[in-house]
Ligand binder design. Structure first.
Ligand SMILES: Nc1ncnc2c1ncn2[C@@H]1O[C@H](COP(=O)(O)OP(=O)(O)OP(=O)(O)O)[C@@H](O)[C@H]1O
Length: 221
């Protein structure tokens, strides 16, 4: 379980204070109006933004004092942060190892994941030659291969057209199930994740989170 306990972030002279719990293995959609603090929460969980107080726990263990690299978390941003002068393989491998040198097992996993994401053929390409959807799948592969149990997604597919966005969401859900990940996904289109989300965190002014579970019978398979 991910537990967010009174996690307080100061931004623009206002304090955002978050508390909520997310069971392991759940796919949670994070909603709320623009500027309410959705990205801020994800950045605080990854450790990119310091919290002034509160605690973060994963499976009962505190990680709010850990560096971003030590945390059980990986995050996919809307802008994919690909390194343009390196090929796709190196971009993905750098997420796994700082030297981009992979073990045989890591290479096998990279092959499997990129095949499933339909980007295996693109490993020697430069990011600049890829479409928006392909770039986002490269960034997703990099996140998945880091093998962190918590995957945070900040409007990852919002720049894609609705059909591609839906495909990427279904693929993310499939891989989430396969890898047993716990997912927190920011979306402005909650209806688009209705068939896959286990629950919703709706953020209100000041960071208050309303947690809503989606009964499993309402999840359209
Ligand atoms: N880099 C920054 N420096 C200072 N304040 C920021 C920064 N980024 C966001 N904020 C402020 O923090 C608050 C929360 O912003 P945040 O981006 O987390 O909201 P959001 O819910 O993700 O919005 P959106 O849906 O528009 O992406 C807002 O008041 C915003 O102005």
């Amino acid at each position: 379980m991910l537990a967010v306990e009174g996690l307080t972030i100061k931004r623009n002279q206002q304090a955002l204070c978050y508390s909520a719990q997310l069971p392991a293995g759940h796919f949670c959609a994070l909603t709320g109006s623009s500027g309410v603090g959705k990205s801020t929460l994800l950045e605080a969980i990854t450790g990119l933004l310091p919290a002034t107080s509160g605690r973060l726990l994963w499976q009962g263990e505190r990680f709010d004092q850990d560096t971003p690299g030590q945390r059980p978390v990986t995050m996919l941003f809307q802008q994919q942060n690909l390194i343009e002068h390196l090929d796709v393989f190196t971009n993905i491998a750098l997420g796994v190892s700082p030297s981009a040198k992979l073990t045989v097992q890591q290479q096998q996993s990279l092959q499997q994941v990129t095949e499933r994401l339909a980007i295996l053929e693109l490993l020697s390409c430069s990011p600049a030659s890829l479409s928006g959807g392909q770039r986002q799948r490269v960034a997703l592969a990099r996140c998945l291969l880091r093998q962190k149990p918590l995957l945070l997604l900040d409007e990852p597919f919002s720049a894609l057209d609705p059909t591609l966005r839906h495909e990427c969401l279904l693929l993310t859900h499939e891989l989430q199930q396969q890898f047993g990940l716990t997912v927190l996904l920011v979306t402005h289109f909650p209806e688009e994740v209705a068939s896959i989300a286990d629950c919703y965190w709706h953020i209100r002014e000041g960071g208050q989170i309303d947690v809503m579970s989606q009964p499993h019978e309402q999840k359209k398979k």
